[in-house]
Design a protein around this ligand. Structure first.
Ligand code: TRP
Ligand code: SF4
Length: 332
């Protein structure tokens, strides 16, 4: 355990799916043993593209936190909190917005992509343009050394470093420059072979019961060349095989041979997989069932995390206000 600080957040979009888990959460769970970690629900960030309909946001927040806890984020080892409960995020965002050139925000690839992709949504708003500036505030507020993120977020981290540099240049050294922590992510496709994503309806999530998992696995796309059981297969193009690589590593060589040699049928291969997945996911599923009903516990975890996060945030903001001389009240 060392004292270097790690910060990361997720937008609350509902129950996590296995792509999110193997892509990000599993790394967080590992990092909590090695660093001083702060993990938060980025609910303000969810508003940047979802401000029109907020009916599900509170429910999504609960689901996300429950998933974190069920999967193994441990409030004794890391700080779990809500962005909107630590108001310092907003103040730092405002102060950083003063020194962030518009051109830096306009040139963000995520901004251009999303504006083009979400044509049906009106997101040409001030808040959405400022998304990466708010994210910079999230990170700098805790003087994070590392930020575990996916590759899509790297431009935001680059911007965070630029803002930190600009701040330090203008007002004196306050912020360290955070580095990305890219961990090797296991790639898990969706049940139809495309990228796993809610919008494709091809996800498997922590809230799926063993029965649902069996059903979803039985419907997975396999190698279309295998019509009869003894047809030679091509595991490298098969979704079921990609899942075996994650959930059933030991048997991968055996399955590969059997598939290529036409010695195993897809139905049997899927059954094997479903049982391995259920073995892995059942403890998480059971914890989830237990925690989801315990609102008091969930609230306590987050409220404790909010307090811990706030302590660090307040200290940083005091330094920031002093450096910027926005501290008339505090002056004696
Ligand atoms: N933008 C991140 C994402 O979509 C979520 C996020 C918000 C974040 N603030 C952050 C991640 C700060 C890391 C650090 O995945
Ligand atoms: Fe895929 Fe298994 Fe069928 Fe081979 S036997 S195509 S790996 S499901």
């Amino acid at each position: 355990m060392n004292n270097e600080i790690i910060v990361s957040g997720m937008r609350p979009t509902g129950s996590l799916h296995l792509g999110n888990y193997f892509g990000a959460l599993i790394n967080w769970i590992q990092l909590q043993d090695e660093y001083k970690c702060l993990f938060f629900v980025a609910d303000w960030h969810a508003l940047t593209t979802g401000y029109e309909d907020t009916t599900n946001i509170n429910n999504n927040i609960t689901e996300l936190i429950v998933d974190w806890l069920s999967a193994g984020l441990d409030p004794e080892k890391c700080i779990i909190f809500m962005q909107s409960s630590v108001k310092e995020h907003a103040e730092l965002h405002l102060l950083l917005s003063m020194i962030t050139p518009l051109s830096w925000l306009y040139r963000c690839p995520t901004y251009k992509d999303q504006i083009a992709q979400l044509k049906d949504k009106n997101i040409a708003n001030y808040g959405f343009l400022g998304y990466p500036c708010l994210m910079s505030a999230d990170i700098l507020l805790y003087k994070a050394k590392y930020v575990p993120v996916g590759e899509d977020q790297l431009p935001h981290l680059e911007l965070t470093r630029e803002i930190a540099r600009r701040f330090n240049y203008l007002y004196g050294e306050v912020f360290p420059e955070p580095q990305p922590k890219l961990t090797e992510a296991k790639v898990l496709p969706g049940t139809d072979g495309r990228k796993m994503s809610k919008s494709y309806g091809n996800t498997i999530s922590f809230s799926d019961s063993p029965e649902t998992i069996r059903k979803k696995v039985s419907m997975m796309i396999t190698d279309p060349a295998r019509i009869r059981k003894d047809d030679p297969g091509h595991p490298e193009i098969c979704t079921v095989f990609a899942f075996h690589k994650v959930f059933n590593q030991d048997e991968v060589p055996e399955i590969e041979d059997a598939c290529k040699g036409g010695k195993i049928g897809c139905v049997q291969c899927k059954r094997k997989l479903a049982e391995k997945m259920i073995e892995y996911l059942t403890p998480i599923y059971e914890r989830r069932q237990k925690i989801i009903g315990n609102t008091k516990y969930i609230k306590e975890v987050v409220s404790h995390g909010n307090n811990e996060a706030r302590k660090i945030a307040q200290k940083t903001l005091e330094e920031v206000r002093n450096a910027m001389k926005i501290n008339w009240d505090a002056e004696v």
